[in-house]
Design a protein around this ligand. Structure first.
Ligand SMILES: NC(=O)C1=CN([C@@H]2O[C@H](COP(=O)(O)OP(=O)(O)OC[C@H]3O[C@@H](n4cnc5c(N)ncnc54)[C@H](O)[C@@H]3O)[C@@H](O)[C@H]2O)C=CC1
Ligand SMILES: O=C(O)C(=O)Cc1ccc(O)cc1
Length: 364
């Protein structure tokens, strides 16, 4: 017996899910695209078994339907789906970054014998589109599911079992609690990163030195400001109330620093850093969280031409994928270093081991 999985919106997340499921025993993956050009691309990338522009063709007979479109389109997709003759027992799920809005919308559109279970794989990147999709995206990440109390346990377990192919850890959370927590640890940081980059961008209008000196660390801590504008417009608008409250609290935090600076309150500043330091040291290390970690190592390198090529070749022949390579001319604690970035911990560890056997000194 085959299990048919339909994926609506085969971009970064839909394409990555398709890659996790395609070729698994008894599973057929069909991708739905709303544009002919994207359909050609998803077939070329080979992430699905078949692709179609027809919603009906994708959804009919499907055992699982994944909605992987921008959050602002979920309501209209759900509405259209509930007007189709879906298979008895079909599970509709989504991957949207907010959960309360889609949960209340799903309550309104009932379809006998079909269950909706909200979902949010908490892994991703600033990139978008099927070209950025990878089967490793969700490995060791948290995958939140937000079933309403009416969803039969049997349906929840079936979805959970299918998702084992993602190698993510499933966590069950109430939709509103999800939005409050993810608002604080993912949505607010995205707003702050964008605001910070735009603030520096404005200063740079009058002095190009800002852009030049912002290389390295500033670029890293603001990586998420390069995220897709449409995806993020929808996320922020959908989590509006939570974000307004978080931004008011953020204003208070900023206000605290203004007061401490105005009052030359050295001990207050020290205490703020100490408190943050302590809480940060208690955060789980090197586990995939809401914001993707950078997996970077630093190696001491001799200053001679061709060194980048040499290192890249060494890693290339061992099929270790580098996502970035950069010579850093001066770092306060480690002079003369090269930074190597990887997309996951496994690649980083293999690179570290190999470079150490070649005699390089590796720093984390
Ligand atoms: N980007 C990330 O890292 C993460 C995103 N998410 C959620 O996953 C969903 C998909 O995001 P991504 O895969 O990053 O985006 P993406 O832009 O890579 O993919 C979106 C897909 O939806 C399709 N689509 C269908 N109807 C559309 C319409 N009317 N307008 C625009 N696109 C339409 C696009 O063609 C594309 O294939 C979003 O709901 C997002 O909140 C969840 C976890 C992580
Ligand atoms: O780029 C990053 O690190 C992200 O923050 C990716 C991301 C984007 C949206 C989500 O709902 C979850 C993860």
């Amino acid at each position: 017996m085959t299990t048919k999985v339909a994926i609506f919106g085969v971009g970064l997340i839909g394409g990555s899910l398709a890659l996790c499921l395609k070729g698994k025993p008894g599973i057929t993956v069909i991708g739905h695209s709303h544009r002919p050009e994207s359909m050609t691309r998803i077939m070329e990338r080979g992430v699905v078994d078949a692709a179609t522009l027809s919603m009906e063709e994708a959804a009919c007979d499907a055992d699982f339907i994944f909605l992987c479109v921008p959050v602002g389109n979920l309501e209209s997709y759900l509405k259209q789906l509930t007007q189709l003759p879906l298979k008895q027992g079909c599970i509709i799920t989504d991957v949207g970054s907010t959960k309360a809005a889609v949960a209340s919308c799903a309550q309104g559109f009932s379809h006998p014998g079909v269950h909706f279970i909200g979902g949010h794989p908490m892994a991703g990147s600033e990139r978008s589109g099927v070209d950025a999709a990878t089967s490793l995206l969700f490995e060791n990440a948290f995958y939140v599911l937000t079933p309403s109390p009416e969803v039969p346990e049997e349906a929840y377990v079936r979805l959970e079992q299918l998702l084992t192919y993602t190698r993510a850890q499933i966590v069950r959370v109430e939709p509103m609690l999800h939005d409050e927590i993810v608002g604080a640890i993912s949505h607010l940081p995205h707003i702050i990163a964008v605001a910070l980059v735009n603030q520096v961008r404005d200063y740079n209008e009058n002095n190009e030195l800002y852009r030049m000196l912002a290389a390295g660390g500033f670029r890293d801590i603001t990586r998420i400001a390069s995220s897709d504008p449409i995806i993020w417009r929808d996320i922020l608008l959908s989590n509006r109330d939570v974000l307004l409250s978080l931004l008011r609290d953020w204003n208070q935090e900023v206000g605290g620093f203004i007061s401490m600076l105005e009052g030359m309150d050295g001990p207050g500043i020290e205490k703020a850093f100490e408190k943050a330091n302590l809480f940060r040291s208690e955060l789980p290390e090197r586990r995939k969280g809401a914001i993707t970690s950078l997996f970077d190592i630093y190696i001491d390198v001799p200053d001679h031409p061709g060194i980048i090529g040499q290192i890249a070749t060494e890693l290339g022949v061992r099929k270790i994928n580098l996502s970035n390579i950069q010579i850093i001319e001066s770092r306060e604690d480690v002079p003369g270093v090269m930074r190597l970035s990887f997309r996951n911990e496994g690649e980083m560890e293999r690179a570290k081991e190999h470079l150490q056997t070649l005699g390089y000194t590796v720093h984390m």
